[in-house]
Design a protein around this ligand. Structure first.
Ligand SMILES: Cc1cc2nc3c(=O)[nH]c(=O)nc-3n(C[C@H](O)[C@H](O)[C@H](O)COP(=O)(O)OP(=O)(O)OC[C@H]3O[C@@H](n4cnc5c(N)ncnc54)[C@H](O)[C@@H]3O)c2cc1C
Length: 479
């Protein structure tokens, strides 16, 4: 891998948000960086394609982007100049209930609190301090475990965040308040009785009040394209269609950063690692998978609750108890009859997604890792439950089971979209308990994917921290 005069200063393998972020951080320092992607298209989890009918653009993976809009690293980049436009839905997220009403998350803490009635004050007490302190909390929460920069603020957040979400939800008295929290916490893809599942709910809600649950115009591919254009404008090189199975395929470089998960890293570079590190990576745990669906529709989804018709994201699954039971079922290796379904309806806010007067919808539910079960009928029935007439509006549909998702992106092991379970055991120490989680035991080899802190989602912070580590260790550059 290393010669007297390397071909490149650094090579990054994988062009997901973290690979692109890592490549940009190093190229910004004037290094020569090559980004290699196994697929023909760049973007990893940020790709958009006509999966159903011509003219209908579907986000294959990521769709809704509170973490991208709020990413401390992405915010420093001139992505708007490179074609990225964020669209703000009227309602960030809505959560329908069987009585025809819906709980909502909007940009304003006050408006969200008001919609929760007697739970409004509880909501304000919980969220207002997090939203206010977010600029101080973000560096600690969106990076590796280290001595906190603002220990008191972090402790305040931690008191609520460390709780299982089933426990925190009981602060709310109404079905709507409890369901809203459960729908947010279920993004963690694990039993809601797990410690710290509240952290994910609180971070997502706070980011809804900060940058919003925004949608990129044209699809999530636009985020990838803007990052890639900016990287190239700095002089960076991108090579697609090169799946890396061994280190011998790589040009020489002083540092190689892998936007892959531990399983692939072991296959590619395992022979370079110490036996302790290899053992740690082998013990790394993957979480539940997802079954993903996309629809071409001849009209918007006819949700009973008005707020759902105006929402970018809809959390379907009913009450706290129902959602908790569904998440527990998939963690137990079962398929829930009435699962939590995460649904997005981008075309309502972005006319570029579908032909005139037509629409798209995107959804997934959680299933056991590696599941091959077709969840189409179950997901569609859950939507129909809160939107009678939905099925009649379907023009075409497309599905991915866990195996097909992994084929689409080798980082989704068994359909796990977070690059490994984000439970308390792997929250900050992913992929291994080390002083720096981004550094492998081999000199010059780093990991930068969502299998490192802060974990899944489109935010680029894993790539940013990994590249910072490589810059300081190899070039003595401190950014
Ligand atoms: C169905 C679904 C819905 C999601 N929804 C959202 C959402 O709404 N909002 C959100 O923020 N996040 C969402 N996510 C999660 C998000 O997409 C991921 O967390 C994020 O993309 C992870 O970024 P990454 O850079 O670590 O890896 P990835 O985006 O997975 O990129 C890894 C890249 O590396 C390439 N690669 C892997 N191995 C090799 C190899 N050996 N050689 C060459 N190339 C290789 C892959 O082809 C891929 O392009 C969703 C994911 C899925 C699947």
């Amino acid at each position: 891998m290393q010669s007297e005069k390397p071909d490149y200063d650094a090579v990054v393998v994988g062009s997901g948000p973290n690979g692109l972020a890592a490549a940009i951080v190093m190229q910004q320092q004037g290094l020569q960086v090559l980004l290699i992607e196994g697929k023909d298209a760049i973007g990893g989890g940020m790709r958009t394609a006509e999966l159903t009918l011509p003219g209908f653009k579907h986000d294959i993976c990521s769709a809704i982007h509170p973490m991208a809009a709020g990413s401390p690293f992405f915010k420093t980049l001139p992505l708007q100049r490179y074609g990225l436009e964020w669209l703000q839905p009227d309602v960030d997220a809505a959560h329908p209930l069987d009585d025809g009403t819906a709980a909502v998350l909007t940009r304003s803490v006050e408006q969200t609190a008001r919609s929760l009635g007697i739970d409004g004050q509880t909501y304000t007490n919980l969220l207002k301090p997090i939203v206010r302190d977010w600029p101080l909390l973000a560096p600690d929460l969106l990076g590796p475990l280290s001595f906190p920069k603002h220990p008191l603020k972090l402790a305040g957040f931690g008191l609520s965040a460390i709780q299982p979400s089933t426990m925190l939800a009981r602060k709310f008295k109404t079905t709507a308040g409890r369901a809203l929290l459960a729908g947010m916490a279920a993004h963690s893809i694990q039993p809601l009785t797990n410690i710290a599942t509240s952290a994910i709910a609180l971070v997502l809600m706070a980011n809804g009040h900060l940058g919003g649950w925004v949608i990129p115009k044209g699809g999530s591919q636009s985020i990838a394209d803007a990052l890639a254009r900016y990287f190239r404008s700095l002089g960076g090189h991108i090579q697609t269609g090169t799946y890396v199975s061994t280190l011998h395929q790589l040009p020489s470089a002083r540092a190689v950063l892998f936007d892959v998960t531990p399983k692939q890293l072991l296959q590619i570079a395992g022979h370079k690692f110490s036996s302790v590190y290899k053992c740690q990576l082998k013990r790394y745990r993957y979480g539940d998978g997802v079954f993903k669906m996309d629809w071409a529709l001849d009209a918007p989804i006819p949700f009973t609750a008005d707020a759902c018709r105006r929402a970018g994201t809809v959390h379907i699954g009913g009450t706290l108890e129902e959602i908790a039971a569904g998440e527990q079922a998939s963690a137990n290796g079962k398929h829930a009859d009435k699962p939590y379904v995460l649904l997005a309806q981008q075309s309502i806010f972005d006319a570029t997604r579908a032909p005139a007067s037509k629409h798209t919808a995107w959804a997934y539910c959680h299933v056991p890792n590696g599941s091959k079960k077709d969840m189409t009928a179950i997901i569609e029935s859950q939507i129909e439950r809160f939107a009678p007439g939905f099925k009649e509006r379907i023009l075409a549909k497309h599905t991915f089971n866990t195996e097909q998702l992994q084929e689409h992106n080798p980082n989704y092991i068994g359909g796990d979209i977070n690059g490994g379970i984000i439970d308390i055991g792997q929250l900050f120490t992913r992929p291994a308990l080390r002083i720096s989680p981004y550094k492998t035991s081999a000199k010059g080899i780093y990991i930068c994917s969502s299998s490192t802190p802060p974990g899944g989602g489109v935010h680029g912070m894993s790539g940013y921290h990994s590249a910072k580590k490589a810059l300081s260790e190899i070039w003595n550059i401190h950014v």
